[in-house]
Design a binder for this molecule. Structure first.
Ligand SMILES: Cc1ncc(COP(=O)(O)O)c(C=O)c1O
Length: 385
């Protein structure tokens, strides 16, 4: 990104766009989905997804399972759509059975036009099962579009746009794509594109039609965020060509498992109620009742220069969040955990200093041993053939 800006109407720029879009499609898990990149953030991507496929007054179904899913619903309401927001516990994944029931019960003459789903709720550290949600929509025989916020899951855990028949997926640049904030990224399927072509809401900047038209030749209908696109090209090379997406997903799983082992060894709880739904990109840790999690975040930052996530919404004083997303390795995770242990000790939140780092080391060692074992059995199998 630290390079000279090029003319965004030049052949060099068109080449850049043409390199980026196919790799973004790979990250979304789609062959034919249309990828659209905006100079925006995840919030802009929410708006882009909504205004392109919904008409004013359209009804949408959403699930309030945390700060960001509540924000997505607010965005839809603010834009003039009628939102039915199902309240869930913050710490709970979206129950597919609830999705199915809500859609089965939807007998109005103006049925839900879309279901809004946050794949990885960044405020709670809970990953919802989009495949199961898709099945629930199908089981209800409902025609609603499936709009999935993958802001904190894309490029970190599998996202199967085609297989899950997601209609619109959306993300930002600043998490799994390892870039600074500044890009809002969408993937739209054929039903969504058709909805945008034949309807949608009044829109200008977020209208994806001129972008798709100009992207075909490698250009944008406005001045794009050129430096961010250079960064995106590099990030995609690292993720898709160098490390490989499967290895990226495995690394996130390995690092997340280590963090979860540490939290357990501290005797603290993760906010995520069902370990099977634990986020691979962050862990929200609940502090004991007589403590304020804000102090943990402040102390770690001021004393050690470690950036932890604050508790969001009504979780403000109850949780701090450990991010384990993007360009990250064992060394950084262990350093983070060691500093958290010192922070907790200094704030009189009694955990055994060293217990978490040790549990994490053991988890990493076990994954490394597993890796060696599976690669040697692969070698044996290929030698036998
Ligand atoms: C799941 C999720 N959705 C939406 C957003 C909003 O994105 P942004 O802050 O980039 O506008 C965030 C931000 O962290 C998020 O985690």
């Amino acid at each position: 990104m630290d390079r000279s800006v090029i003319d965004h109407r030049s052949p060099e720029f068109a080449k850049l766009t043409r390199e980026i879009l196919p790799k973004l499609r790979a990250v979304f898990g789609t062959q034919d989905g249309a990828v659209i990149v905006y100079p925006a953030s995840g919030t802009g991507a929410w708006e882009a997804a909504l205004v392109n496929v919904l008409e004013p007054g359209d009804r949408v179904l959403s699930f309030n399972s945390g700060y960001f899913s509540a924000g997505f619903a607010d965005a839809a309401r603010n834009l003039g759509y009628a939102v039915d927001e199902v309240p869930l516990r913050w710490g709970q994944a979206i129950p597919p059975a609830e999705v199915e029931q809500r859609l089965r019960d939807d007998s109005r003459s103006d049925p839900y036009r879309a279901v809004l789903v946050v794949h990885n709720e960044t405020s709670t550290g809970v990953l919802s099962d989009v495949a199961a949600i898709r099945q629930a929509v199908d089981a209800a025989g409902h025609n609603a579009l499936l709009i999935v916020d993958a802001v904190s899951s894309l490029a970190s855990v599998p996202f199967c746009f085609d297989k899950w028949r997601v209609d619109v997926g959306l993300a930002g640049s600043q998490k799994g794509l390892m870039l600074p904030p500044g890009l809002g990224i969408l993937c739209a399927g054929s039903r969504a594109i058709e909805a945008g072509d034949t309807g949608g809401s009044p829109r200008n900047f977020f209208d994806w039609r001129p972008i798709l038209r100009d992207n075909a030749a490698g250009f944008f209908p406005y001045t794009p965020a050129t430096q961010m696109l250079f960064g995106l090209r590099t990030a995609l090379q690292m993720l898709v060509d160098e490390e490989g997406l499967e290895a990226v997903f495995a690394r996130h799983h390995r690092l997340a498992s280590g963090v979860r082992a540490a939290v357990e060894a501290w005797g603290l709880s993760a906010l995520c109620e069902d370990p099977a739904c634990s986020s691979e990109t962050l862990t929200a840790v609940v502090v004991p009742k007589d403590h304020d999690s804000g102090n943990v975040v402040d102390h770690a930052r001021d004393r050690y220069g470690l950036s932890l996530g604050v508790g969001l919404g009504h979780l403000k004083d109850r949780t701090f969040r450990i991010g384990h997303v993007g360009s990250l390795n064992e060394l950084e995770v262990l350093g983070t955990l060691a500093v958290i242990e010192m922070t907790l000790e200094e704030l009189d939140i009694r955990v055994a200093v060293g217990a978490g780092t040790e549990a994490c080391q053991r988890s990493f060692l076990a994954s490394a041993a597993q890796l060696v074992e599976s690669s040697s059995s692969r070698d044996l199998a290929s030698a036998a053939t």
